[in-house]
Design a protein around this ligand. Structure first.
Ligand SMILES: N[C@@H](CCC[C@H](N)C(=O)O)C(=O)O
Length: 352
């Protein structure tokens, strides 16, 4: 069955509504209090025609049957369907269903689905994320900022807050600031090539720095970094004078990195242009999601790689197609910190 046909065959139906519509209920039982921009975004997704009582009762019935409420969040255009899964240690949606829900034509459309689950090992919460192809990565930087804002919404918390989040990459600590931005302690980068993992030989102690990777007749110089999930960072190839990231055809070249035999767990790939020693521009091809507008773990890996290659300072602004992230790789504790936005864009329910 083609992916399109498979998506059509889904037993899910998603109904979208502004959360202050009369029939909105479940996850968030209160009016949407977003900024005007957020309200506009929500309104543009809502069905604006007045509901007949028959339609209203149909929607009420569908919602009360086995509706799973979600909130769609985005961080620099990296978008996620957030599910409140605090009452269960099992995700409420299967990986196959995730792929259908993330389909931009036949589903809700998203780069992934994120579940807020009960905390373990002393953490406040557990985050599980699934890519749009249904695969489960260890971590997601933009996702964890959305996760923090989503917790604040469902727990009705105002102002600054920080949480201990258990993830596949260990303990991650996001901190919500007064301006709504979220700063995240992303932990220490993993540089040992075998742990990234990559089969490329190490070039600097155990790290893989500026190693050659042959793709499409070019010898790409790559540095491999794990932020809990694997990243292959390149600033160019031997045969290329300068890399202009806007000129790349990511859908051609990205999959060749992602599925290269040197990456046994596949890889995320970042293509980077150095604008200055504190300003980098990148585009990303994500494992399991393809070209996205932003990748938080990717931006962290880029700064680590740029420092290892002597191209940049430890504190940089990283420009992504969806906007900038502030990244710092601190020398004193070896942790990487990421600061950026995250916001709710609309509310809806999935009917099983
Ligand atoms: N967009 C994310 C990364 C999501 C996971 C990634 N596709 C993987 O498979 O490792 C981010 O912001 O970090």
């Amino acid at each position: 069955m083609s992916p399109a046909a498979a998506a059509r065959a889904t037993s899910f139906a998603a109904t979208f509504s502004a959360s202050n519509a009369p029939s909105s209920r479940g996850l968030l039982h209160r009016p949407f209090r977003g900024t005007p921009a957020r309200r506009r975004a929500v309104a543009s997704m809502a069905v604006s025609a007045p509901r007949s009582s028959a339609a209203a009762s149909f929607l009420e019935r569908r919602e009360s049957e086995r509706a799973l409420h979600f909130v769609k969040y985005q961080g620099l255009g990296n978008d996620f369907i957030m599910v409140d899964n605090r009452d269960s240690a099992e995700p409420k949606v299967t990986p196959e269903e995730v792929a259908k829900l993330c389909d931009r034509n036949f589903g809700i459309g998203a780069d992934g689905v994120i579940f807020v689950m009960p905390g373990v090992n002393g953490a406040d919460y557990t985050m599980r994320i699934f890519n749009s192809d249904g695969s489960e990565p260890e971590m997601c930087g933009n996702g964890v900022r959305c996760f923090a804002r989503f917790i604040a919404e469902i727990e009705n918390l105002k102002g600054t807050h920080s949480f201990k989040i258990h993830t596949g990459a260990g303990l991650i600590i996001p901190e919500i600031h007064n301006d709504g931005k979220v700063k995240v302690d992303m932990g220490q980068p993993i540089l040992n090539g075998l742990d990234v993992p990559t089969k490329l030989p190490s070039t600097k102690n155990e790290a893989v720095v500026q190693a050659e990777l042959a793709i499409d007749g070019l010898a790409w110089h790559v540095t491999c970094v794990s932020m809990g999930n694997p990243h292959c960072v390149t600033f160019g190839a031997k045969e290329l004078k300068d890399l202009h990231v806007d000129d790349l055809k990511l859908s051609d070249i990205g999959p060749k990195f992602e599925h290269h035999e040197m990456f046994p767990a596949r890889t995320n790939t970042e293509f980077v242009q150095v604008l200055s020693r504190s300003h980098l521009k990148m585009r990303v091809w994500e494992r399991g999601a393809g070209a996205t507008l932003a990748c938080g773990t990717g931006a962290c890996a880029v700064v680590v790689a740029a420092v290892l290659e002597g191209r940049a300072e430890r504190k940089c602004v990283v420009e992504l197609p969806g906007g900038p992230l502030e990244i710092e790789w601190r020398e004193d504790n070896n942790h990487v910190y990421m600061t950026g936005p995250a916001e709710a864009v609309f509310y809806g329910s999935i009917v099983h």
